[in-house]
Design a protein around this ligand. Structure first.
Ligand code: B12
Ligand code: SF4
Ligand code: SF4
Length: 269
C-alpha cells in the first residue's frame, strides 16, 4: 500500500527522527537496496568471520534475509565527534555495545513507536548485525541521500564527514525515497585517510570490477582490505582494559577500536 500525500509524510518522518535526536534521517526503497553494491558483492566475497559479525542460526555468512513485506527503509545518523570518543567505545554490559549505539537504538525505538501508534504504519527495527537480519547501513544511508561513500570506505556526510554512526528500520508502507545526493569530497582530496592506516589496509587492489561484476567496490576502487583492518580491531581488543566499578556502573572491559581513517578526514572538521 502507498499512502497519498506521501512526500509530506516522508518529510514529517525525517523531522520526527531529528526531534528524537538524530542529526540526519532519510528514506530509500527496499527493492533498490537489494541491488546496492554491498548487497550484490556480499555473496561473492570470502566468508568473513571477524569483529562486526555474529554467529546466528538463521542467516549464514554471505546471505541476508529481510521480511518479504518490507517496502521502505528509514536510516538514522547520530554524530560521533572526535571530542566525544567515548560514544564509540565498546563496553561490556552496554545496550547495543557502545553509548552511541544506545542513542541510536532509543531513537529507532521512539520513531517506530510513533509510526505504529500515531500513524498506523507497521515497522521492523533492524539489528546491527547482518547475520541477525540487518542491512548494510552505509549503502542505505548513501541511497537515502544523507551523503556518499568515501575513499576511506566510510560513509561521509557534508556536515560531519565520516564522524557519524547509523541505524535503520523497515516500514511495510512504501514511502518516497529522499536520495541520492550529488556530493563527492574525495575527488579533490589527497587521501590522508589511506596513508594513516596502521595496517596499510588501502595499500593494494584487492577486488576488481571484472572479478566482482560491479564498479562500486570496497574502498570505492577495491583497495580496502577488511582482513587487515580486522587484524587491527583484534589487536585493539587485546589492548583493551578492564575498568573498575564506579558509582552505579559495573566493572567491565572497554575496547577503543581504531578510527584513524575516519578521524583524519577533513570533511566536517
Ligand atoms: C562487519 C563490519 C566491520 C568489519 C568488516 C568491515 C567491512 N567493510 O567489510 C570490521 C571489523 C573490519 C569493521 C571496521 C570498521 N567499522 Co564497521 N561495520 C561492520 C558492519 C557490521 C557491516 C559492514 C560490512 O560488512 N560491509 C560489507 C562489505 C562488503 O562492504 P564494504 O567493505 O563496506 O564496501 C562497500 C561500500 O564501500 C559500498 N560502496 C562503494 N561505493 C559505493 C557507492 C554507492 C553509491 C553505494 C550505495 C555503495 C558503495 O560498496 C562496497 C561493496 O562493493 C557495519 C554495520 C552495518 N550493519 O552495516 C559496521 C560499520 C560499517 N562500521 C563502522 C565503523 C565506524 C567501523 C570502523 C571505523 C571501526 C570503529 N571504530 O567502529 C572501521 C572502519 C573500516 C573502514 N575503513 O571501512 C560504521 C561506519 C560509519 C560510517 N560513517 O561509515 C558502521 C556502519 C557501523 C555503525 N554503527 O554505524 N567493520
Ligand atoms: S580523507 Fe579525503 S579521500 Fe579520504 S574520505 Fe576524506 S575526503 Fe575522501
Ligand atoms: S579503521 Fe584503522 S585499521 Fe581499519 S582501515 Fe581505518 S585506519 Fe586502517
Amino acid at each position: 500500500m502507498e499512502r497519498t500525500g506521501h512526500k509530506e509524510f516522508a518529510d514529517e518522518i525525517v523531522e520526527k527522527a531529528k526531534e528524537l535526536g538524530a542529526c540526519l534521517a532519510g528514506i530509500t526503497h527496499v527493492s533498490e537496496l537489494r541491488q546496492s553494491p554491498s548487497h550484490v558483492i556480499y555473496s561473492k566475497l570470502d566468508r568473513f568471520r571477524g569483529i562486526g559479525t555474529k554467529e546466528s542460526k538463521g542467516i549464514a555468512p554471505g546471505e541476508f534475509a529481510w521480511p518479504q513485506r518490507a517496502r521502505s527503509i528509514i536510516v538514522l545518523a547520530v554524530p560521533h565527534p572526535s571530542y566525544k570518543p567515548e560514544l564509540d567505545w565498546w563496553m561490556e554490559g552496554c545496550r547495543g555495545g557502545t553509548p552511541g549505539n544506545q542513542m541510536l537504538i532509543s531513537i529507532n525505538d521512539g520513531l517506530s513507536k510513533w509510526l505504529e501508534e500515531k500513524k498506523t504504519v507497521e515497522t521492523k527495527k533492524l539489528p546491527y548485525y547482518i547475520e541477525q537480519g540487518g542491512v548494510f547501513l552505509k549503502d542505505a544511508a548513501a541511497m537515502a541521500g544523507l551523503g556518499c561513500i568515501g575513499k576511506n570506505n566510510l560513509f561521509l556526510t557534508p556536515d560531519l564527514g565520516p564522524k557519524v554512526r547509523l541505524r535503520a528500520l523497515f516500514t511495510y508502507l512504501k514511502l518516497p525515497s529522499t536520495g541520492p545526493l550529488e556530493f563527492d569530497p574525495c575527488k579533490e582530496c589527497d587521501m590522508p585517510c589511506r596513508k594513516v592506516c596502521p595496517q596499510d589496509a588501502f595499500a593494494s587492489k584487492k577486488y576488481s570490477q571484472d572479478q566482482m561484476g560491479l564498479a562500486d567496490l570496497p574502498g570505492r576502487d577495491g583497495v580496502y582490505d577488511r582482513h587487515l583492518c580486522n587484524a587491527q580491531m583484534e589487536s585493539d581488543v587485546a589492548k583493551s582494559e578492564r575498568t573498575a566499578a564506579e558509582g552505579g556502573e559495573k566493572a567491565g572491559r572497554v575496547v577503543r577500536y581504531c578510527r584513524r581513517c575516519e578521524l583524519v578526514c577533513p570533511v566536517g572538521k
